[in-house]
Design a protein around this ligand. Structure first.
Ligand code: HEC
Ligand code: HEC
Ligand code: HEC
Ligand code: HEC
Ligand code: HEC
Length: 233
């Protein structure tokens, strides 16, 4: 009897500490937490795909404010003049200082912005460009095969000819590579047009017809081109 009374008393106290409404509050709290987690998860997803994470559109400070817009669009210099190994090797290559000096020993010779270029030539130390388009080490990439099959620079680097300073135009995330590897046909063009930046003016039908022809000739099989071993060895 005594025990029951104490029990009742304690229950009564418990009921005072947790009034009936507590249950409702608890439920609401759990629901709010779940919603919060969901928002965080979705936000994280968004974040991962955002330009911050993929570094698209970011301009790097360079030792010399080199402008592709001036050199490519205004002066008409072909990509391969400076990125000379793009057709023959894995790397496109960045130009050695004497490539700049073929013109700048005569042009803009006193310009302050070109001081690091002259210094590099005099000291025989290459200009240290900051990279904007780079993959992690565990991914294989090869320029020459893409160029040979007719994948244009613009597919992966965007309108470089409109960049006063160079930035990464495309997210070099796995999905970007896979989207083309699973259906390359509409992305192929004659290899002698790969450095052309403006659209060719082909219709979707023309693009696909041309691409499918290339795929037959080179036996490109989209079913195997997304195998993990192609890019991760
Ligand atoms: C084929 C000739 C040629 C080569 C090679 C060349 N330049 Fe130029 N450069 C020019 C011309 C022409 C201008 C004037 C640009 C203009 O106003 O259109 C210029 C201008 C510049 C300027 C002044 C700012 C600007 O963009 O107007 C810088 C900086 C520059 N070049 C850096 C370089 C560097 C660095 C290299 C080597 C990676 C290089 N150039 C290679 C022809 C060349
Ligand atoms: C006159 C020389 C010159 C020409 C022509 C030229 N480039 Fe460049 N390119 C450079 C220099 C110098 C750099 C390094 C500085 C920078 O990132 O702007 C560079 C950097 C790049 C980068 C960034 C690489 C990285 O990871 O940092 C890409 C992509 C690129 N060039 C593509 C092109 C394409 C595409 C063309 C033709 C439409 C082209 N370039 C024409 C000199 C040139
Ligand atoms: C299929 C996509 C693709 C195409 C097409 C492509 N690139 Fe690249 N490019 C890349 C990737 C990916 C990297 C980074 C490679 C790395 O870090 O290993 C890169 C890097 C570069 C670099 C940095 C320096 C170097 O040696 O790699 C330059 C310069 C460059 N590309 C220029 C070009 C030019 C010029 C063309 C056209 C003639 C071109 N690229 C076509 C994807 C491409
Ligand atoms: C716009 C189309 C396109 C994009 C984007 C693209 N590729 Fe490719 N890739 C191709 C084609 C076409 C081939 C040639 C397939 C063949 O001839 O069998 C190829 C072949 C390759 C190969 C095989 C080379 C070899 O030696 O067999 C590798 C590795 C590769 N790509 C990596 C990449 C990576 C990494 C990316 C993303 C940074 C990428 N590719 C983006 C179209 C593309
Ligand atoms: C056409 C090229 C290509 C193929 C094929 C490919 N990957 Fe990737 N993978 C990449 C690139 C590029 C990255 C770098 C992503 C980055 O830096 O954000 C990557 C990154 C990764 C990562 C690191 C985590 C991440 O997502 O960033 C893993 C794990 C991975 N790949 C697994 C695979 C597996 C498993 C397959 C086969 C089903 C595969 N990859 C096929 C290009 C490829």
């Amino acid at each position: 009897m005594h025990r029951v009374a104490t029990y009742r008393k304690q229950r009564g106290r418990a009921a005072q500490i947790f009034p009936p409404a507590a249950d409702t509050w608890l439920r609401l709290g759990v629901a709010a937490l779940a919603l919060g987690l969901l928002i965080l998860a979705l936000g994280g997803w968004d974040y991962a795909r955002s330009s911050y994470q993929s570094q698209t559109g970011w301009v790097q400070d360079q030792p010399v404010p080199f402008s592709h817009k001036h050199h490519v669009a205004d002066d008409g210099i072909d990509c391969r003049y400076c990125h000379a190994s793009v057709e023959t090797s894995e790397n496109a290559g960045l130009p050695p200082t004497h490539t700049c000096m073929t013109c700048h020993s005569q042009l803009w010779t006193g310009a302050g912005v070109l001081e690091p270029v002259r210094e590099s030539l005099a000291s025989d130390k290459p200009i240290r460009w900051r990279r904007v388009a780079q993959l992690p080490d565990y991914v294989q990439f090869n320029h020459s095969i893409h160029i040979d099959r007719g994948v244009a620079c613009v597919e992966c680097h965007g309108r470089v000819d409109q960049m006063p300073l160079t930035w990464r135009a495309k997210p070099f995330q796995m999905q970007f590579c896979l989207e083309c590897h699973r259906d390359p046909a509409p992305h192929l063009r004659p290899p002698d047009l790969v450095t052309r930046m403006e659209p060719l003016g082909w219709s979707e039908k023309q693009k696909r017809a041309y691409g499918e022809q290339v795929m037959r000739v080179h036996r490109i099989d989209p079913k195997t081109l997304d195998n993990c071993g192609i890019c991760h060895r």
